[in-house]
Design a protein around this ligand. Structure first.
Ligand SMILES: [Zn+2]
Length: 148
């Protein structure tokens, strides 16, 4: 049976949760607090903004792949559908976020995003890696392998 590695939102411990326990709101093995699974299994990219960045990315129960994009950017239009696909394929494993860099200058400035698309990889509240430019899906999958 497959299982999921989900970080407790309260104490940050990684819990391995069997697939059949996911729907039961499992409790963290370390601190005993219930872990809400509602927004982990949507299979869709999450819209990230300056105001929700902390809760959606830094405190995410999953590692996050954040697509920083803008509507006028041609190569971003190629990455967009790939992100949609990956959000479905990595449901419960990786959170896919989308940040409109024009509308969110705070985060764009903080992470010094100068060229888009830029993909940022976060794990446990820390930036691990940035991928600048529109790469093929296979390249993104390889980069994310350590976090799956
Ligand atoms: Zn905990």
């Amino acid at each position: 049976m497959s299982s999921y590695l989900i970080r407790c939102p309260s104490c940050r411990t990684k819990n391995r949760i069997p697939e059949d326990k996911i729907s039961l709101t499992p409790k963290c093995g370390k601190c005993g607090r219930p872990m809400n699974m509602d927004d982990i299994f949507t299979g869709k990219p999450v819209t990230v903004t300056d105001s929700n960045f902390e809760t959606t990315v830094l405190k995410s129960p999953l590692s996050v792949l954040l697509d920083c994009w803008a509507p006028w950017c041609g190569p971003c239009q190629m990455i967009g559908p790939v992100m949609e696909e990956l959000a479905g394929e990595w449901k419960g494993r990786i959170r896919i976020g989308k940040l409109n860099s024009d509308e969110n200058p705070g985060i764009s400035g903080q992470f010094q995003i100068r060229s888009i698309p830029t993909l940022l990889i976060f794990d446990n509240g820390q930036l691990k890696e940035s991928i600048v430019g529109a790469f093929p899906k296979q390249h993104i999958i390889q980069k994310m392998a350590p976090y799956l």
